[in-house]
Design a protein around this ligand. Sequence first.
Ligand code: CP
Length: 326
Amino acid sequence: MNTTAQSEQLSVEHLLGIKELTAADIELIFRTADGFKEVLNRPIKKVPSLRDLTIANLFFESSTRTRVSFELAQKRLSADVVNFSSSGSSVSKGETLVDTVNNILAMKVDMVVMRHPDPGAAVFLSRHVDARIVNAGDGTHEHPTQALLDAYSIREKLGKVKGVKVLIVGDILHSRVALSNIFCLQKLGAEVMLCGPQTLMPRYIDTLGVRVEPDLDKALKWCDVANMLRIQLERQGGDGVANFPSLREYAMRYGLDLERYKRSRDAAGGKEIVIMHPGPINRGVEVTSQVADHANSIILDQVENGVAIRMAVLYLLAARIPRTAV
Ligand code: CP
């Protein structure tokens, strides 16, 4: 692995959100991830960098990609890993978050990766326990490693992020992915536009410095990249479609099928839009299968890049922990 980035440091001790990172931090994470991507393409996909560290993955909310990706990243770095999920734990007996984490830390854990349904949970934890905290998604607030892997995947596909026109479509209101992506893309000099039902736009939208276009066809004509967000039915209460009439109507107005994709390509003079989705996909709602599996879809590249990005984040945060040589 290229070690040129090793003497540089992140400006933060925890990864709580993209908002706290500088553009230089993000570039450092990307350069470090480049080195780890090379490691991941070797026959033996492992380095000893974190063999002296123990990392706990605390998931208080469902996850497939983020959880597996963090665990793989930790194992590729030779860390010891312990996994905790709230179901079946003493959380159900009334134990507080700080007590739960302090009990795990008493078993000599150095870092905590946490997903939690409450916005601000990672910040709260970082102020109350003695360990490095990585936010793996806190409610509707931030999902920093998702935004990093998204921007990294744009950089990989288009060769740059600066100046790229990125459209984020759908459930902005409930999306931690949207907020982290907006912060990350803006720090790297991309242009960001949002599109979705008015009922799924947050009230603070005017403060974000992004353009909003309610007409998906016009928005698609404008963009280079379309990031199609998942409709977060579990955060909408009731029957899951409290913010729009039906999934069918949502798909008609804000979903991307092959016909709409081709129409926008023709309207934009043949420009092929890069298609992204953070997963999990509701096929036939945000995108049809023909679009999800299209040659210009980088959805699985996003997942692949997640491991290198998370290795980079863990490696750079670990570099800030005082450690004796092993
Ligand atoms: N993108 C994402 O966070 O997926 P999971 O919920 O499966 O981790």
